[in-house]
Design a protein around this ligand. Sequence first.
Ligand code: FE
Ligand code: CA
Length: 527
Amino acid sequence: MDSRARHILDLSRRGALRGALALAALSACREGRAQGGPAMAGDPFRLGVASGDPWPDGFVAWTRLAPAPLEPGGGMPAVAVDLTWEVAADPCFTRIARSGMVVARPESAHAVHVEVAGLDPGRPWFYRFRGFGAESPAGQARTAPAPGATPARFRIATGGCQHYEHGFFTAWRGVAAEPDLDLVFHYGDYIYEGPGRPVGSRGWGGVVRSYAGGEAVTLDEYRQRHAQVRMDPDLQAAHAAHPFAVSFDDHEVENNWAGPFSQRHGDPRYPAGATVESFALRKAAAFQAWYEHMPVRAASLPRGPAITAHRRLRFGRLATVHVLDTRSHRDDQPCDDRGGPPCAAVVRPDAQMLGAAQEAWLGRALADAEGWQVLAQQVPVMPHRSAAGGISMDKWDGYPAARARLLAPISARRLDAVVLSGDVHQARAGTLHAAPNGPAVATEFVGTSITSEGDGAELPGRAEEFLGANPHLAFLHARRGYTLLDFAEHRVTATFRSIAAVSRRDMPVQDAARFVVEAGRPGLSRG
Ligand code: FE
Ligand code: CA
């Protein structure tokens, strides 16, 4: 048995065979390259396709022309190129529902974002592009249910923190094979901006994967990072299989940036520093490259260093996903962003994590919300204290007043709220409390990483101590993987999928734990 067949078998044991078959069907319909397979040299579609931000009547269909993805300009001539796009009801494209032309421009790295509209709700759709003498692989998207509908289920996977140098994206291959996902939420760290390892050197777990070049600062450097990551066949397969809602965290720009401030702003550890003005230019470059590579709507087109990344996706009356941006509008981390026992500045009553406008936007929606409220964001909301009382200032822990304002409407209206986050490279599950020792008001699922920090371990070091200091935590797991959440009217079932090693290819995806949250009763029970 070849490794691919064995891989599919392993996935099927986890009940994901239908998804794998759907992917196979997608490629079997067509001549030419298989879905997620290696592209030919000179193929302008080497970065694959992606869909995102599904609405009841459509979605974003994305691709970027780049026959030489790592070169400046992606190997394209500096001219505009016409592309044809097609959306079909079947994977063989015999029933075309919508089609059109779109111009790929050199100003935006020949990336295109087609906002497909006018489709029927709540069903799969297939899309592809043609142009520059080639045809793209086909992707599968799915429209959201009709606004008034109550679908039987809403199924979402979450993943993020995909350090290219730290291992293979086996978790994304697993996501690709999951059947019937309505959405994949990416909680950020799509790229890491730090200096690359020397090419050919062995990194985490002996893996030979290097970002080319030094720390990413310029537009071309950020573009190169995104292109390199996007050439990964497992990541491409996940994008081709399901619509994503992507967000960004810190590493799409710079470690631990905050609003207008670089991490290096006024920090004695970085004597060269960074001014607000210089960091605005860096953000503009990073956001442009991010936008160019993500299947997001034009509403998230950056204007220099400013970007609107928060948005709402509705899945009938069953679930509403509030995609939040906890980076762009926050105030600077208190206490010089030093972990440990908090300084007095932590308790500032005006602490901003979402910023006033985004906070009001969320508050208005929660004021007359129905169904499951999914807060899809980046850094953990739950408190995480070390046994010595230390906290990380970069999480909501550094912004407790903002956290209290976030939870207030959820608590007051007894909403069924589920918080999704990432950032800490560990899977965690636990409850959120409006007051210390008070009742749980919401449930949080922290995703681990796709690869960041390498293979990891079942349990992180000092796990007992950490669980003891954080009684609201029900689960801790430090392997790589992704999280799957199945929403039904009366309960959510969350499954942490885990991979024993990302330093080796084709490892099986296994279930690490399963939890159930009942509607009307925030909290976790083992499923
Ligand atoms: Fe990360
Ligand atoms: Ca992060």
